[in-house]
Design a protein around this ligand. Structure first.
Ligand code: ZN
Length: 510
């Protein structure tokens, strides 16, 4: 630094007086600009005030079941092996039938007060008719199916994956977190509300898909049914968020609510050749050409950018932070490149900033000494709102830039969802329900990077939110499809409180 100042002084001394004065003025101007910019940034940051505490609403809620009683029901639901394997495999019919029967026996008032339709075979659509038919209904969602337990890992679980063991203050098992916590939580709450004589102003639909884990034809059929009946929900709530007690750097718990979700599609790269024996290969084999194409695609990721949900997320987080983080997040006009770079460091946060590129499947020749007559690769893309499947195909063709490589859509995928606003009366009702878990929670909108059944409600409602009210940590969230999936008994009681409140508040006139 000292050397550089010295160089400036020498340069100034060498210049004629006219230039010397001009240079000084320029330097002063630059200095003044820096002071103004930094001052503005600091002032803006200091004027950001944390959001006020949530309220829990005022509508009377009847007594809810004890945490242990609810946990016993979640445990029973985990024992039904409602495992979806693949799009082409048949649904686990026997397990879904048994679970449906169990629900009828466990929640008799719900099954008396609500109508129930079976749609797409096994998905369930319940309807609790509201007092005022003129009010738009709300739709509360969950899914009954679970992902398989990875073969060979069953014995590594602390408690067998379909035991539903209640131990150490947790309910253990596949599906406890994803998504029976929401299915059973909703049923616990509606049963208790009905026992207390509750009748909503608005009609409440409860929609449980039976194959969310393999693209959700059941949830799609339910959404199509409602659309065909002219239903325009005032609020749709599905999984896809959580209450994080830590991990975001905030001073209090954060309710991450997905206000949109990414789309997805897979693109196939295909190279054909005459094949032949590997003892006399051409300079580039089909496999080699394909490998170059995959590398080209991987090296040309789509650019990072801030979409409305992520801007809303940052705007909600900034006032809750302290120190430098508050200044940086509170001044995107100045710090956007820095924020993009910081978020881009971790795959989880990078995924919120760009359409991601993931080469997944590769196939060449089946024999070591045979040239592939056909080599294929599949690249999975998760699309940011604003990108379309057509955009991605065009991008891949440009990135590959090789006429020998045929680029086509491998799967239909889904466009990114429409975006819901993190404000308005439906958001306010949701906030009051989150307040029933803990009023010291801050609402943080975000972009759900995985897929949920809620995408089928795109365009049907202005308020489609993805959120589960379980208080959790980033580490615990990864248990969803992994080993030792579990939900805390206390956390589940909070979920039931949340649902009782969203049924009361969401079902009210607003
Ligand atoms: Zn799920």
């Amino acid at each position: 630094m000292a050397e550089r100042l010295g160089a400036w002084q020498i340069l100034l001394a060498c210049l004629p007086p006219f230039f010397r004065n001009g240079m000084r003025r320029a330097l002063l101007a630059v200095l003044a600009l820096i002071v103004a910019v930094v001052g503005t940034a600091l002032f803006r940051a200091s004027s950001l005030k944390p959001a006020p505490a949530l309220t829990a609403g005022t509508i009377a809620i009847p007594a809810l079941p004890s945490a242990d009683s609810s946990a016993a029901h979640l445990s029973a639901a985990v024992r039904f092996q409602t495992v979806t394997i693949s799009e082409t495999a048949p649904p686990p019919a026997a397990a879904l039938d048994s679970m449906r029967g169990w629900m009828e026996r466990t929640y008799p008032l719900a099954h008396k007060a609500m109508s129930r339709e079976q749609i797409d075979g096994y998905s369930l659509l319940y309807k609790l008719t509201g007092k005022d038919a003129a009010l738009a209904p709300i739709v509360l969602m969950g899914h009954m199916d679970v992902v398989p337990v990875e073969a060979g890992t069953e014995t590594n679980w602390k408690h067998p994956p379909f035991s539903g063991a209640v131990a150490d203050g947790e309910v253990w098992g596949r599906g406890s977190l994803d998504d029976k916590v929401n299915v059973v939580g909703l049923m616990e709450a509606i049963e208790a509300m009905l026992a207390g004589g509750f009748q909503p102003d608005r009609t409440i639909y409860i929609a449980f898909g039976h194959n969310e884990e393999v693209l959700g034809s059941g949830a799609k059929a339910i959404a199509d049914t409602l659309r065909a009946r002219g239903v325009r929900p005032a609020l749709v709530l599905d999984e896809g968020g959580a209450i994080l007690s830590e991990g975001l750097g905030l001073k209090r718990p954060a309710a991450l609510v997905g206000v949109g979700e990414k789309g997805f599609m897979s693109v196939q790269l295909e190279v054909k050749s005459a094949g032949g024996h590997s003892s006399s290969p051409p300079p580039q084999t089909a496999t080699g050409i394909l490998a170059r194409a995959v590398a080209n695609v991987q090296e040309r990721p789509l650019p990072r950018r801030l979409t409305p949900p992520v801007r809303s997320m940052i705007a909600a987080m900034a006032p809750e932070m302290g120190g430098a983080a508050k200044v940086v997040l509170g001044n995107l006009w100045l710090t956007k490149p820095l924020v993009l770079a910081q978020f881009g460091k971790k795959p989880e946060t990078d995924a919120m900033l760009r359409t991601t590129t993931a080469p997944t499947m590769l196939q060449g020749s089946a024999k070591e000494n045979a040239l592939a007559a056909r080599a294929t690769a599949v690249i999975n893309y998760r699309l940011l709102p604003g990108d379309s499947r057509e955009d991605i195909l065009a991008h891949v063709r440009r990135a590959v830039d090789d006429p020998r490589v045929n680029v086509s859509a491998y799967s239909t995928g889904a466009e990114p969802s429409t975006l819901s606003r993190p404000e308005g009366p439906a958001w306010a009702a949701l906030s009051r329900a989150v307040g029933a878990v803990d009023t010291n929670t801050v609402m943080i909108p975000w972009l759900t990077t995985g897929g949920t059944d809620a995408r089928y409600y795109s365009g049907m409602s202005d308020a489609v939110y993805r959120f589960s009210a379980l208080v959790t940590s980033p580490a615990a969230m990864t248990l969803a499809h992994g080993m030792n999936e579990r939900v805390s008994v206390a956390g589940f009681a909070g979920v039931v409180r949340f649902y009782a409140r969203i049924i009361a508040e969401g079902g009210a006139r607003w």
